[in-house]
Design a protein around this ligand. Structure first.
Ligand code: ATP
Ligand code: MG
Length: 406
C-alpha cells in the first residue's frame, strides 16, 4: 500500500467544448507549478484528475498550497492498493486507526467496469467491514465520515483525507487585465475574483510618495506578495501620483478632486495595459459604497478609459467583501494604517453627481500628456513569484547536522 495525492480539477473545466484540452492542460501545468520543490512525481493522469507521489513530510505544505491553487476542485490523500476487497479492507483498517465517528458512509466509484462487484456491492461489503470494526452506523445522508473508494484498472484508491480546493479557472486562460490596487480592502479582492476567472492580472498602485509617506506603497507590495500565491507570477507597477495630484489640487473645484484623481489613474493604467497587452482594467468599486462610487461618478470616471473597466465587486456589500478578503488572506494587510493618494486633500464634501462638462473644462487646463509621461517614466516595476524555491519543511524530529555532509 502506498500513500498518494489525488488532485481533482474544477468541474467547469470540463464544459469548454473544443477548448477543453487547452483549459485542462493549463490547469494541470498550474497544479504542477504549485507543487514545485516538494518532491512530487506524477503517477497517473485522468482528464479531470492528477495522481502524485508525495513525500510524507511534504503533505502539510502541499495541502496549504493546493488550498490556494486555482483550478483545483478538491484534493485528497489516498492509499493505493491492488484492486480487490481484501486489500481495500486492509487499507481501511489502517485508515481507521485513531479515528472515531458515530456514522459513516462508503462511496464507491468504479471506473473499471470489469471489476466483479458493482459500486453498491462494494459499498455494502466495505460498509459492513467498517461497521464491524467501529460500531458506527451507516448513514447515506449527513454521515460524519465519508470514505471514497475508486476502482481503476489495475489499482484501487481509498481516500483517507479530503479537502476542497478554491475552484476557479487557472490563471491566464482568459487573457490579461490590469487591476488598480489601492491599499484598501476592496481592490485586492477584485483582482482575486478576476484571477479566479482565469485572467492574468497585472497590478498597478498609485502612491503619494514623496509628498506623503511610502506606507501605501509598502502595503501594495505586501498585497502583491499575497496575491502571487494565486497566480504564481505577478507584476506590480508602482506609480508616483503626487505630481498629478498637485496639478489637480490647483486647477480643479475642490469637490471634483477625487473624480479627477480617478480619471488620471484610469488613463495611466490604460497606458500600462497597452504596454502589457491587456484588454481590460479592473477596480474594486462597489455601487454606492462611497461618494466616488455613485453611478454618476462612475460614469464620469469611466469616460477617461477606452478599455472596458471591469468591476467584479459592483454588486457586493462591504460585509461580503470583508469576508472574502479574510478568506484570501489580504484583510490583515489592507486594514493597516496608511496615507493613500485619495485621502490626500480629499474634499469634505465630494461631488456625488459629477458633471462631465466641469471635468472636461478642468482637464483642458491640465498638462495631461506630460503628467502621463512623467508618471510612466518614474514608476517602478516589481515581480513576485510563488512558490519560491522552498523545500518542504523538515519534520520536527528531523536530524539537523551541525556541519554539511563531507
Ligand atoms: P479600496 O478598498 O479598493 O481602496 P475603496 O472603497 O477605498 O476601495 P475608492 O477609494 O473609491 O474605494 O477606490 C475605488 C477603486 O479605485 C479601488 O478599488 C481601486 O481599484 C482604485 N484605486 C483607488 N485608489 C487607488 C490607488 N492609490 N492605486 C490604485 N488604484 C486605486
Ligand atoms: Mg480606497
Amino acid at each position: 500500500m502506498e500513500t498518494l495525492l489525488l488532485v481533482r480539477l474544477f468541474h467547469e473545466l470540463a464544459l469548454k467544448g473544443k477548448n477543453r484540452p487547452f483549459f485542462l492542460k493549463r490547469a494541470k501545468a498550474h497544479v504542477g507549478r504549485a507543487l514545485k520543490g516538494l518532491g512530487v512525481a506524477l503517477q497517473g493522469e485522468w482528464p479531470m484528475a492528477l495522481l502524485f507521489r508525495l513525500p510524507e513530510a511534504a503533505w502539510p505544505e502541499a495541502k496549504a498550497r493546493l488550498q490556494d491553487t486555482l483550478g483545483v476542485e478538491g484534493f485528497a490523500r489516498v492509499h493505493r492498493t491492488p484492486p480487490d476487497l481484501e486489500a481495500l479492507k486492509a487499507a481501511l483498517e489502517k485508515a481507521l486507526e485513531g479515528e472515531s465517528f458515530r456514522s459513516f458512509r462508503i462511496t464507491a466509484k468504479r471506473s473499471d467496469k470489469a471489476f466483479p462487484l458493482t459500486s453498491p456491492e462494494i459499498e455494502r461489503a466495505l460498509g459492513a467491514f467498517v461497521k464491524e470494526r467501529t460500531g458506527a452506523q451507516v448513514r447515506l445522508k449527513g454521515a460524519e465520515r465519508e470514505f471514497v473508494v475508486r476502482i481503476l484498472p489495475g489499482a484501487a484508491l481509498l481516500e483517507v483525507e479530503r479537502h476542497p480546493g478554491p475552484g476557479g479557472l487557472p490563471p491566464g486562460v482568459s487573457g490579461k487585465v490590469v487591476a488598480l490596487l489601492s491599499g484598501g480592502i476592496d481592490s485586492p479582492v477584485a483582482a482575486y475574483r478576476l484571477m479566479r476567472r482565469g485572467a492574468e492580472v497585472v497590478l498597478v498602485h498609485f502612491h503619494p510618495f514623496p509628498l506623503l509617506s511610502g506606507a501605501s506603497r509598502e502595503k501594495a507590495k505586501a498585497l502583491a506578495e499575497r496575491l502571487a500565491r494565486f497566480q504564481h507570477r505577478l507584476r506590480l507597477h508602482l506609480v508616483p501620483f503626487s505630481e498629478v495630484q498637485r496639478h489637480i489640487i490647483v486647477e480643479a473645484p475642490t469637490a471634483y478632486r477625487v473624480v479627477l484623481y480617478r480619471r488620471y489613474m484610469l488613463r495611466i493604467a490604460e497606458a500600462i495595459a497597452k504596454e502589457e497587452g491587456a484588454l481590460a482594467l479592473c477596480t474594486g468599486d462597489s455601487l454606492g459604497q462611497v461618494a466616488s462610487q455613485t453611478l454618476e461618478n462612475l460614469h464620469a470616471v469611466n469616460q477617461a478609459a477606452t478599455l472596458p473597466v471591469l468591476r467584479p465587486l459592483i454588486g457586493w456589500d462591504k460585509e461580503e467583501i470583508m469576508a472574502e478578503a479574510r478568506r484570501i488572506g489580504t484583510y490583515e494587510t489592507s486594514i493597516l494604517p496608511d496615507e493613500e493618494c485619495c485621502t490626500l486633500f480629499a474634499p469634505k464634501h465630494p461631488v456625488t453627481r459629477a458633471r462631465l462638462e466641469v471635468v472636461l473644462q478642468t482637464e483642458a487646463r491640465l498638462p495631461t500628456e506630460a503628467l502621463l509621461a512623467l508618471a510612466l517614466k518614474e514608476r517602478e516595476v516589481l515581480t513576485y513569484t510563488w512558490p519560491g524555491k522552498s523545500l518542504p519543511k523538515a519534520p520536527e524530529d528531523a536530524f539537523i547536522m551541525e556541519h554539511g555532509p563531507a
